[in-house]
Design a protein. Structure first.
Length: 450
């Protein structure tokens, strides 16, 4: 990381580019000066905080709506004409995922975009009809895969092939994924994984898996919900066929924020939208309302309706912060450092259990936790998933209550996991120290009660 990038990152943190709720606002059981201090927010893997620039941009657009009304589409006082509003974010989204601008569309929502991509790329035949994915993918993805298989007349139990961790392990071995591609490649129509697995936080080697899929004649797509804004990517160079994402996690666009998709430029002439909408029509004649659809070449031809201006400028405010610090590479270096710091502190609490020991845990063993996110920096993003022990006990719920009462915000995945994410744009080493100390105190309280 260059000194310039370090200076920019420090300036952002010092300048409080993001609005973090206070301890009082999130209901922490603290008093005095501590109540007015910002909470320890480690939940950017679920919902990123509000960027100050986003709030300002939304307020500007409200004023434009109030004073220009429909004229804001073509005559905007800040030169963000609404008819071209997606153009304000497309270049930065392309930079984040390593793509050309024509390969990216800011539109829709994650699952809706996934269905659009599956409709274009999942073309099963009697001999090649299977979809290969990770076990326990995010439920919405699982629902989409199964419904697409059913739509084409296939039984999801046969058509959907899931790769599972080995007995006693929490993460997928890359070799097992590659072996499954080699074993069933001639029958696999589509390989689609999460860039970063939502539950474990495992970062899959996208380049390696994509290459293996192509070697066996499979198409390859990615769900980047937990990867975009978290890890660097080069989708164009890696020859990824398509990808989809949401923007309310690491991109901090706000609850229900606008999604996006990627389509490699090699498909421009052959993968045209099956479910057309007017916003995917050639913008030079869009408002002439012609009867025949003429799609924009590339990913933007898949657009259907005009994007929400407020959702788009909310995303724009956060992306401006990304751009200020040089996008993903400097952020990734800071992320690796922060995540390693949090992991080291958690291991020093006195209640950490190794993954091997956790796999043999018995109901009467003392309370503890392990980390099911891979240890290797190259195999994870900013997230650490803590598995609390004994399994299916009250330990996780007790720790979560203690964290919230102390002003530390992560999120739970029942029955036993809490996810903690030191996001490099707004979290600090102090946040990591506070979270680890609160977990330590929570276990001390649990042990004392027991």
């Amino acid at each position: 990381m260059t000194s310039t990038c370090l200076k920019d990152l420090d300036a952002i943190l010092t300048g409080d580019e993001f609005i973090i709720p206070t301890n009082k606002e999130i209901g922490a059981e603290v008093s005095g000066d501590i109540a007015s201090q910002r909470c320890t927010y480690l939940c950017g893997n679920s919902l990123g905080p509000l960027a100050k620039r986003s709030r300002s941009l939304i307020e500007e657009e409200l004023q434009v709506w109030a004073t220009r009304a429909v004229e804001g589409h073509f005559n905007h006082p800040h030169h963000r004409e609404w008819m071209d509003i997606a153009n304000t974010v497309t270049p930065m989204l392309a930079d984040l995922i390593g793509a050309k601008e024509r390969e990216v569309a800011c539109m829709g929502s994650l699952t809706a975009n996934l269905h659009l991509m599956l409709s274009a790329f999942y073309k099963p035949t009697p001999s090649r009809y299977k979809i290969l994915c990770e076990s326990k993918a995010f439920p919405s993805d699982q629902y989409a895969f199964a419904s697409q298989a059913l739509f084409h007349g296939y039984d999801p139990k046969d058509a959907i092939v899931e790769v599972f961790p080995r007995e006693g392990e929490y993460n997928l071995r890359v070799s097992d994924i590659l072996d499954e591609i080699a074993k069933q490649g001639s029958a696999i129509a589509l390989v689609i994984f999460s860039g970063v697995q939502y539950y474990t936080g495992q970062l899959f080697p996208m380049k390696v898996i994509t290459r293996a899929a192509k070697e066996h004649g499979c198409l390859c797509g990615w769900d980047l919900a937990h990867a975009i804004g978290n890890v660097p990517m080069s989708l164009h160079e890696w020859d990824v066929d398509f990808a989809v994402w949401c923007s309310y996690k690491y991109l901090n666009s706000g609850p229900g924020g606008i999604g996006g998709l990627f389509v490699h430029e090699k498909w421009e002439s052959t993968k045209t939208p099956q479910f057309a909408g007017w916003w995917g029509h050639d913008p030079s004649t869009r408002f002439e309302m012609p009867p025949m659809f003429s799609p924009i070449p590339g990913a933007q031809g898949f657009q259907q309706s005009n994007p929400s201006v407020f959702a788009t400028v909310s995303l724009l405010g956060s992306l401006q912060v990304f751009k200020q610090v040089g996008m993903m590479q400097p952020l990734r270096e800071r992320s690796v450092s922060l995540t390693a710091r949090l992991e080291a502190l958690l291991r020093q609490t006195g209640f950490y259990v190794s993954p091997d020991a956790a796999a043999r845990y018995l109901p009467n063993d003392p309370p503890g936790f392990t980390i099911i996110t891979p240890e290797e920096h190259e195999s994870r993003g900013a997230q650490l998933s803590l598995l609390f022990l004994p399994p299916e006990s009250e330990v996780m719920s007790s720790v979560l209550r203690h964290l919230k009462s102390a002003g530390v915000i992560g999120d739970e995945r029942h029955p036993d996991v809490i996810r903690l994410t030191p996001a490099p744009l707004y979290n600090t080493a102090k946040d990591c120290e506070r979270a680890a100390e609160c977990i330590k105190q929570a276990f001390k309280a649990i042990t004392k009660v027991n």
